[in-house]
Design a binder for this molecule. Sequence first.
Ligand code: GTP
Ligand code: SPV
Ligand code: MN
Length: 601
Amino acid sequence: MKDIAPAISPPSGIGNNKPANQAVLDWVHEVELLAKPENICWCDGSERECDYLLQEAMRQNVLIKLNEKKVPRSYLHRSNPNDVARVEQFTFICAPTKEEAGPTNNWSEPGETYAKLQGLLKGAMRGRTLFVVPYIMGPPDSPLTKVGFEITDSIYVVLSMRIMTRMGEIAVKRLGNDPAAEWNRGVHSLLDIDPARRFICHFPQDNTIISVGSGYGGNVLLSKKCLALRIGSYLARKQGWMAEHMLILGVESPEGKKHYVAAAFPSACGKTNFAMLIPPKHFAGWKVTTVGDDIAWMQIRNGRLYAVNPENGYFGVVPGTSYKSNPNAMKSISHDTLYTNVALTDDGDVWWESKDGPPPKHAIDWKGNDWTPDSKEKAAHPNSRFATPMRNNPVLDLDVEKGEGVPISAIIFGGRRSNTMPLVFQSFDWEHGVYLGATMASETTAAATGAVGQVRRDPMAMLPFCGYNIGDYFRHWLAIGKRLTNPPLIFNVNWFRKGEGGKFLWPGFGDNMRVLKWIIDRSEGSDAALKSPIGWLPGLHDLDLAELEIDHKCVDELLEIDHEEWKKELAEHKNFFDSLGGVVPEVLMKQGEQLAARFAE
Ligand code: GTP
Ligand code: SPV
Ligand code: MN
């Protein structure tokens, strides 16, 4: 299968949705002169255009149509095996100075970087079509909503953007004719999918993104990590709002009382699953609904935080998804879904590790090779993904389009930690909560290239996504807290603590409702908690574990604070802050000292 495909020649009425805005026309013309495409396809996001592009993508072997009976209107794409995840080491924040990018980002000088990228883009689209994809991020009537245009030479990117964003005419109309209007410029070219010529570059001051050499996910769907998080976080700080790597869920009690919660977990650490959870039988009458599964844009209204999901679809991890773990995700991806890097069965269905039922006797793996259950290789890549419209989600929250957003009662941080971190605890206050976020860590996953399973600090799950100096980002969090008269409570969770034999102590998935319930109770003023050096912990009887088959020993272990482990943890917090070269706000340094002092008491 291919990423790079020759130019298409759309019939009349398709591909000529040229906007009137002169700034857009000038920019596209500039890229055209540089990249020398065969032709330009101005996208309008219509059904007719989509049908045509799907036909072309199949004809060009970019997509395989799946069995219409098994997965209606769904397709499989295989990316180049050298191009299966985000590339953090080749991701750059090109702020005017290194200091503005800060100690956690790769920086490169804007002038030199533009020149280098222009060199790479020279003639890069010869023989290809240049697609212009207009899109908006955010519900149409939100004041936070942003317009973006992505230029790309990948038909797969166009089809993915149509799922992931509100794409087409809606954005052209919203931008209007004012050449001074604000919009994001995104240029993407596959070049030749060579890892040596793969760069994801952000120019926050110019609201511009240039991505070359990749065809995969977060590297190329420029709306998502590049605009909604990296450029988004830069704009958010300037404009006084927040752009976060957070899911947003609604939780409604049997009495009809509803809360919204936002949770920041690092990549492939459970956001999509938590956002769609189905409460266990014991919680009859409780309902969880999804506002977003990956990104939250939040602003202050009447002293409270309100969140919108800027996206229109989910780009979720496939392996591990099953009717047992996440029935709502399974239903969402049972039709109208674009799969990347999963296995293809002989009857045109898709398969992946941990899907329900026995593995197929034979399949074609994600690399396009024969596969049987005896194969040593995985059938699906660990970072294989689905792109599916959020409308497919059976528990989509009714307020997902609400421009003002949903009010947030609690913020949850969490990572993958085999030890040290208890199942759940609550911060003493906002500043302490910011400390929890700033010091959080997680084992690395297949969502980015590089080693998997290594504990690294990932502040607020934003390490790869904060578009400016992390010290200023911490300061921004603290400043937001000062402006909130009714701030969300802040919690930390860990679904991934392991016991003897390396097995997860906590069943996770739907049973995470038990933890969520405690969080909601605390938000409503319940005093069911015990004070510990690290924060408020649920007492043994404060978590509703009814009808859960779990050893009491496991629950003890899940809630245990091991002083030896915490001694190491505290040292790592300090090392991490010190490694940031003096940018960490004094209040957070103090929080660390206070935490140590509480342990010494
Ligand atoms: P990104 O899209 O990369 O930002 O990831 P995400 O945070 O949305 O992660 P996702 O929900 O897709 O989960 C990633 C992996 O973690 C999947 O393989 C899940 O099956 C697994 N997972 C999710 N929730 C749980 C849980 O509660 N317990 C356990 N053990 N695994 C979980
Ligand atoms: C992540 O890595 O956090 C993702 C997937 O959500 S990607 O869009 O590829 O970045
Ligand atoms: Mn993510």
